[in-house]
Design a protein around this ligand. Sequence first.
Ligand code: UD1
Length: 363
Amino acid sequence: MKIISVVGARPNFMKVAPIHAAIKKLNLPVHHLICHTGQHYDKKMSKIFFNDLNIPEPDFYLGVGSGSHAEQTAKIMIGFEKILIEEKPDLVIVVGDVNSTIACSLTAVKLGIKVAHVEAGLRSFDRSMPEEINRILTDAISDYLFVSEKSGLNNLRNEGIPPEKIFFVGNVMIDSLINFLNNANESSILSYYNLMPGEYCLLTLHRPSNVDNKDKLSEILDLILEVSKKKKIFFPVHPRTKKNMEKFGLLGPLNNDVIITDPIGYIDFIALVKNSGLVITDSGGIQEETTFLGIPCVTLRNSTERPITVEIGTNYLVGENIQSARKYIDEIISGKNKKGSIPELWDGKAAERIVNILVGRGY
Ligand code: UD1
């Protein structure tokens, strides 16, 4: 069986790594190839993850780079179609909800090649998010839908996806987290930046709705300055956010209690999450990683496609209201935070379940 897995943007790498490892570990009769679309291309957004996660060099690199949604999606489709025609794989695996995910799944189904979507069924019900469109469309055309939390089962049923295509397998991103936690324990990033476990807040921001508008971004950074008086802030800055902070003149006002760095590799980032007192983010995946690690997480978004992290995990969805964010952050800093538990099947074995199903061995 020949399978091509697609990676494109930063949150894809930690999802494909355990799938590749599971195929090797179970010694399956699968020729597994990896295609990197090049949606993310900076060393610190891409290459470092291949090293940290032991992913082999990609077999194909499309090098599409940045661009408008149409441009990026179209370039990926044109490049990927050539590879599919040449390689004739039996199956394409796509993960997550980025532009590479929809571009490659659409290209494959149009050539009659089966598609497996890992992390299917998640819905924010906010169609202004590009990811939501990517999720709905990818799920509608996939042949195997691998679901990470139970809300996904309901969402797919409600959209009329035939039940025999849907498999509740757990969370591959948590597979990576479990696989690399020991490496993270050896990271020297805390001592390098003089951070004490539990005594700092980790911040990440990259959603267009938070960082593309000057007033919004400046409101969030004002809040961060306020929080920095109580807890040191560690802020690895996404390229989109950095560009906007420069453009809007918002880099200057931050002070010495806000440590600003380039994007951080996987192992060091996990060490930073695990040892933080609080995470403030607008990321999807970090809501899951904090829930697994039991770290309080304040999510600066109106909706989440990962509701289990709020229902039973340590995540607080505070919306775009800065007052509400301030209230939760103060509570957490004064020790009044929910403890949370780990969602079903987030046990480090999701990738093994997936590949067993794909080769016909069942669960
Ligand atoms: C993409 C995904 C988003 C995911 C995020 C993780 C889509 C629609 N969005 O958003 O779901 O949460 O990745 O990071 O697929 N840039 C660089 N170097 C890079 C990559 C990007 O400088 O290696 C800059 C470019 O200026 C680019 C901008 O960041 O225009 C945005 O990159 P893009 O891939 O379009 O979207 P993200 O915001 O990263």
